[in-house]
Design a protein around this ligand. Structure first.
Ligand code: GRF
Length: 200
């Protein structure tokens, strides 16, 4: 069985969409894969309570307990890597994990770490994507699932979804429309990744 480890910082709605898809579509039978645990850098992350209610193992590792980014990432790696067993490697899924990762951490999980970003990359990397898309006069916005590489919000694109920007949109209404699509494309992209990376 391959272990999927999901990292979150907040509400965890993408995480719950992935967990529900894994159960509904029987990923354990089809792809020999299961969501093995959810890790948050925020103890108050709402998604943790949801994961615990599903009897999923959860861990909290606060970045505030570490003096440097490197020390936090090293501790996070120590938390994740036991899930490489018994059949390495695990898949690491960033789902609203609000941390910039060190090049060492990214290199360690190269080719097996995915992220979802709330814009149509390569446009609008970084934060406040919806407000920036509205401000720029874009007529469409969206979300992108991509492999994580050392450069923030870059890396090979695996899936995208497009939504319209409506004349009276605020950043909040646009974010809600995009998030609905995130919940659709992220589980699909992970299932595709599993299909394309069979065990053995
Ligand atoms: C999503 O919009 C995701 O694209 C971004 O952070 C948000 C996380 O939402 N990286 P949630 O925690 O999955 O509800």
């Amino acid at each position: 069985m391959r272990n999927i480890v999901i990292l979150i910082s907040g509400s965890g709605s993408n995480m719950s969409a992935i967990v529900q898809a894994a159960m509904a579509e029987k990923w354990s039978q089809r792809w020999a894969a299961r969501v093995a645990c959810v890790i948050s850098n925020q103890a108050a992350a709402k998604g943790l309570a949801w994961a615990q209610a599903q009897a999923l193992p959860t861990h909290v590792l606060s970045h505030r307990d570490f003096a440097t980014r490197e020390a936090f990432d090293a501790a996070l790696q120590q938390q994740i890597d036991p899930y490489d067993l018994p059949q390495a490697p695990c898949l690491l899924v960033l789902a609203g994990f609000m941390r910039i990762l060190t090049p060492e951490f990214v290199a360690h999980y190269q080719g097996r770490m995915l992220n979802i970003h709330p814009s149509l990359l390569p446009a609008f990397t970084g934060l406040n994507t919806h407000a920036r898309a509205i401000q720029a006069g874009c007529r469409v916005a969206g979300a992108t699932v991509h492999q994580v590489t050392a450069e923030l919000d870059h890396g090979p694109i695996l899936a995208q979804a497009v939504v319209p920007i409506l004349p009276d949109d605020s950043a909040a209404t646009l974010a809600a429309r995009v998030l609905t699509q995130e919940h659709r494309i992220y589980p699909r992209a992970i299932a595709d990744w599993l299909r394309q990376h069979p065990l053995g």
